[in-house]
Design a binder for this molecule. Structure first.
Ligand SMILES: Nc1ncnc2c1ncn2[C@@H]1O[C@H](COP(=O)(O)OP(=O)(O)OP(=O)(O)O)[C@@H](O)[C@H]1O
Ligand SMILES: O=C(O)c1ccc[n+]([C@@H]2O[C@H](COP(=O)([O-])O)[C@@H](O)[C@H]2O)c1
Length: 202
């Protein structure tokens, strides 16, 4: 297994980061990644397979297993699956973003998340710092639209919301900025796969 894979990037690229437990990766992740590449005008997307979500009590399956599954389901020339957060030693997204900007000073990073995560976003460490430094692309998820729209983050940064028709400008627009895109939704979830006994619980 290729551990500590450090992805390549070229000067001036706009790269989307989809952080997740990927416990396991599934069709929903693939679907939003393809949508994000297109709708946010990204040059590439990196899947950041996190060592552990700081807000979850339960530890995920071993990293090697999650990386392998992620690489099996996501096969696209512009998508890289990486455990770079293990390499940077960062657990919180704000710290990960700082570390990545130091490693890739000529790249613009866009943070990607499903609508369910926007509803929780104000509980993340230094979430205002993330908004101040990083454009955020939010992708619709079944059952999460209302909670996302009414979330503390959406309300606080209403002034910084790009209309969906301008989504391709997200990475070049300056900060703070965020954009919500409605896409044909997938109801796939890791919880459902674990509940069906198709993936081990750690
Ligand atoms: N079906 C989906 N539609 C939209 N966004 C999704 C979907 N599945 C996952 N995401 C987003 O992908 C990112 C990583 O998700 P994660 O790995 O936690 O998968 P999950 O299915 O949400 O897992 P779990 O059920 O264990 O919470 C998050 O930003 C999440 O919102
Ligand atoms: O930085 C935080 O406080 C924080 C809190 C919760 C989740 N995150 C990140 O959000 C991403 C999605 O996590 P998850 O477990 O919902 O897939 C993943 O990259 C986590 O590290 C980050």
């Amino acid at each position: 297994m290729n551990r500590y894979q450090i992805p390549q990037a070229r000067r001036g690229q706009v790269i989307g980061l989809l952080g997740g437990s990927f416990d396991p990766a599934h069709e929903g992740h693939v679907h939003i990644t393809r949508a994000a590449l297109k709708r946010f005008g990204l040059d590439a997307v990196w899947w950041l397979v996190t060592p552990a979500n700081p807000l979850k009590d339960r530890g995920p399956a071993p990293m090697d297993m999650r990386l392998k599954r992620a690489r099996d389901v996501m096969d696209h020339p512009r998508v890289t699956v990486t455990d770079i957060e293990t390499y940077t030693g960062t657990r919180y997204t704000a710290a990960t973003l700082d570390a990545l900007r130091a490693l890739y000073p000529d790249v613009t990073f866009v943070w990607l998340m499903g609508a369910d995560n926007l509803a929780q976003f104000h509980h993340w460490q230094d979430w205002r710092g993330i908004m101040a430094t990083t454009p955020v692309g939010v992708i619709a998820r079944p059952g999460a639209r209302g909670a996302a729209r009414n979330s503390v983050a959406a309300q606080t940064y209403a002034h910084a919301k790009l209309p969906a028709r301008a989504s391709r400008l997200l990475g070049r627009h300056g900060v703070p900025s965020w954009c919500f895109i409605n896409v044909a939704m997938s109801d796939a979830s890791s919880t459902r796969i674990r509940d069906a006994g198709e993936w081990p619980r750690a």
